[in-house]
Design a protein around this ligand. Structure first.
Ligand code: ZN
Length: 312
């Protein structure tokens, strides 16, 4: 649900990219899935897709699947479930208790919708999928229709800009971070959440893991993400952590290799995961689960990497 342009040369509908973290060009292919090569940067260890289909780079891919995935019944139920964004709301509130927040790649507005209930925020969302924005608007979320990179920079007045699972979709994530820097007020916060290259999931099952997928162009470790942040400049890293752990996904994917998990099945599992989080029957299991998640978090080995940045 995110967009990008530019970078290196374009030919026959694909975009050739250097390493998004260090701009290195020496790479080695380590995985191949759905006819796409995934490479590791020989300089910094970042994993990324070097040849990107233009429909991913322009965001057209996300526009095309809005109806089938983002607006499907199961996906909407999952996005609007009160437990879905609990950790994200808590994290934002911890750093920015109130103020003006922009969520980039807001999709159908699940994060912003509930944010009003946890604090006094003025919220705005933007996304490349117009269909998803229509849905967000329908539930009362204020949306910006222009692509993020084209938004006016004259008002650097956001207290926070959030990227929940967005940078992995972008051909040029550094450009988005730089743009965020131009829109946040001095001392404001930017939160990045990306799939974690050094998660237990990827360490244990590698490319079998369903979130190693062709629409995920970038796989950051904490070091690679930190390096990209430093290259963009203007930020102080306040916190690096990792969150979320879904053992069901790891077990399913370990048992059965599939090039792609169908959208409908992914949406259904997301919805079911929320139901488990609420279920009383699961209480003893949940305590054990929380312990595992907290250990993984501290080891930076949970599913997603989170970085909290403060604008200088
Ligand atoms: Zn690199």
């Amino acid at each position: 649900m995110k967009q990008s342009k530019s970078m290196n040369d374009t030919n026959q509908g694909t975009l050739h990219r250097a390493c998004p973290s260090c701009l290195g060009t020496k790479l080695e292919v380590i995985w191949r899935k759905s006819d796409v090569d995934f490479a590791v940067c020989q300089r910094c260890g970042m994993v990324y897709i070097p040849e990107v289909l233009e429909s991913y780079a322009t965001g057209q891919f996300y526009e095309d699947r809005t109806e089938s995935f983002y607006l499907s019944d199961d996906k909407l139920k999952s996005d609007y479930d009160p437990v879905r964004f609990q950790r994200e709301w808590a994290l934002l509130r911890q750093w920015v208790p109130s103020g003006k927040v922009l969520d980039v790649g807001c999709s159908t507005g699940g994060f912003l919708k509930g944010l009003h209930e946890v604090g006094d925020y003025e919220t705005m969302g933007c996304d490349v999928s117009q269909g998803a924005l229509n849905q967000a608007q329908k539930i009362g979320v204020t949306v910006l229709r222009a692509p993020f990179l084209s938004l006016p920079v004259n008002e650097a007045n956001y207290d926070a800009i959030t990227f929940w699972a967005v940078l992995e979709h972008l051909a040029d994530p550094a450009a988005f971070l730089a743009k965020a820097g131009s829109m946040i007020s001095s001392g404001g916060i930017c939160i990045l959440l990306v799939p974690n290259l050094h998660s237990l999931a990827i360490r244990s099952i590698g490319p079998r893991y369903r979130y190693i997928m062709t629409e995920h162009l970038n796989y950051f470790s904490a070091a690679a993400l930190g390096q990209m942040v430093a290259r963009v400049g203007g930020w102080k890293i306040e916190r690096i952590t990792s969150m979320h752990f879904n053992p069901v996904v790891i077990i399913q994917d370990a048992l059965k290799f599939r090039e792609e998990v169908p959208d409908a099945e992914r949406a259904k599992l997301l919805k079911r995961t929320n139901r488990w989080k609420r279920s009383g029957l699961m209480r003893p299991l949940k305590a054990a689960y929380r312990n595992v998640e907290s250990v993984l978090s501290r080891m930076l080995a949970a599913d997603n990497l989170v970085m909290v940045l403060r604008k200088n």
